[in-house]
Design a protein around this ligand. Structure first.
Ligand SMILES: NC(=O)C1=CN([C@@H]2O[C@H](COP(=O)(O)OP(=O)(O)OC[C@H]3O[C@@H](n4cnc5c(N)ncnc54)[C@H](O)[C@@H]3O)[C@@H](O)[C@H]2O)C=CC1
Ligand SMILES: O=C(O)CCC(=O)C(=O)O
Length: 410
């Protein structure tokens, strides 16, 4: 049997925002998807709504806010790709309720962030940001004051996940002792040691590096009290999310000289594109390394993320697999089996599967294969049937109470 897609590939529209790497476009084109619209920067408000109004797939990075309100105005949306690690910029529950799985690249830029942080630790401990600024002004201060080796110092990692563990391993190669704090029990790599509490870590570390996701619990996780607990002369690094650090509190800790320096890559408010102005009270401190949210911005990481997330969107579009979706029941499906495939996304209320099977049995549809997964909110059932039965099966599925979306794939 020839594969019959319910929607021709050249009618499927992908909208990619925020300068997503060309590797994603290449992968989509290579798979036969002709309609790929790319924008160089993040869009907001009416521009965003207009850009994605007729999109089947949307690709974003960290700056595009896909709120419930925005998503509700994208009725054709089938899937979302976050071409990054963080997915806090998407209302994941609203997307799931709309029947839209969200995919990301959970570790394609991990190494890039780890390398940046490692470099920053050395630069800050040596006081390089201030020395660099002095020379740029034509000055010359050759001094060992406030300049330290990292060897023998203690690095405290808050959030010991993919990035935190990589940094811990690399830092030990430089002779640092590594402490970490995480809300989950984690396997300690090398000689790293967990602390009982965040407070214990803050009081013991010479450098504190933050690698937690944006969640309600990490909002202003580092504020006045936490900064006060850090050792006098310690250094803070934040390459996680801007909301994790209370910037006013950080400014006060820098002004008082309590902190030796800081490196900040992420901010509570970030400019939407490269032509926008950056505003922050931190620009006045020469002992603060400021970077424009480029922890994961290396050629290697971006090319790899482009390929990885595009592959996940293509797989979902082509065969219905939701493996590694961050908000959706995960189903890993065999490739085309010569049958017709129907995707049924429904509210997870009791009895949906029974009703499907009862209806199919009543009209005499033989189910060749059936896959079901659920989350608390959403159920996802994939059914393979004979080609002759596909239209009746689609009608029966659409008639079931609780159906969010039903798609005949091929
Ligand atoms: N600056 C940049 O360009 C980039 C920033 N990121 C940010 O870094 C974050 C971390 O990335 P990964 O290490 O890949 O994530 P991950 O999910 O592998 O690790 C996060 C760790 O934080 C822990 N955690 C969560 N809430 C916590 C809390 N309240 N207190 C202590 N620990 C907590 C988790 O248990 C987990 O072990 C991402 O969520 C993203 O926001 C990621 C990539 C690039
Ligand atoms: O590169 C980006 O746009 C975002 C990187 C990031 O913060 C992430 O991967 O979570």
């Amino acid at each position: 049997m020839t594969a019959r897609l319910s929607l021709d590939k050249d009618k499927v529209k992908f909208v990619l925002l925020e300068g997503i790497h060309a590797s994603a476009v290449e992968a989509l084109h290579h798979d036969g998807y002709g309609q790929v619209v790319s924008h160089g920067k993040a869009l907001t408000d009416a521009d965003l709504v207009e850009a994605i109004a007729d999109a089947h797939f949307v690709g974003i990075r960290s700056r595009t806010q896909l709120t419930a309100e925005v998503l509700a105005q994208a009725p054709k949306l089938v899937g979302i790709g976050c071409f990054c690690i963080g997915t806090n910029q998407v209302d994941l529950l609203a997307a799931a309720r709309q029947g839209v799985p969200v995919f990301n690249a959970p570790f394609s830029n991990t190494r890039s962030v780890a390398e940046l942080v490692l470099g920053e630790i050395i630069m800050l401990m040596r006081g390089i940001p201030e020395k660099n600024a002095i020379l740029h002004r034509g000055g010359w201060v050759k001094s060992a004051a406030n300049s330290y080796e990292v060897r023998g110092k203690t690095l405290g990692i808050v959030g010991y996940g993919h990035i935190g563990t990589q940094i811990g391993v690399l830092a030990e190669q430089l002779g640092m002792s590594v402490l970490f704090y995480d809300i989950e029990t984690k396997l300690a790599l090398g000689n790293a040691r967990p602390t009982i509490s965040l407070e214990e870590l803050l009081a013991s570390a010479d450098v504190v590096s933050l690698h937690v996701p944006e969640t309600p619990a990490t909002q202003n996780m580092i504020g006045v009290d936490q900064l006060a607990r850090m050792k006098p002369g310690a250094t803070l690094i934040n390459a996680s999310r801007g909301t994790v650090v209370d910037i006013d509190a950080l400014v006060a800790a820098l002004e008082s000289g309590h902190l030796h320096g800081a490196a900040i890559d992420v901010f509570p408010e970030e400019p939407k594109g490269n032509d926008a102005t950056f505003v922050s009270p931190l620009i006045h401190f020469e002992n603060v390394l400021l970077t424009p949210h480029i922890g994961g911005s290396t050629s290697e990481a971006q090319a790899s993320i482009g390929r990885e997330v595009a592959a996940k969107l293509i797989r979902y579009s082509n065969n219905g697999s939701t493996a590694s979706a961050v908000n959706f029941p995960e189903v890993s499906l065999p490739e085309h089996t010569g049958k017709c495939r129907l995707l049924h996304i429904h509210r997870n209320v009791p009895g949906v599967l029974a009703r499907i099977n009862e209806r199919f049995s009543r009209v005499g549809i033989n189910i060749a294969a059936q896959f079901l997964q659920t989350t608390a909110e959403v159920g996802y059932v994939v059914i393979d049937v004979d080609a002759t039965a596909s239209q009746i099966a689609l009608d029966e599925l659409n008639a079931i109470d609780g159906t969010i979306r039903c798609r005949l794939l091929y």
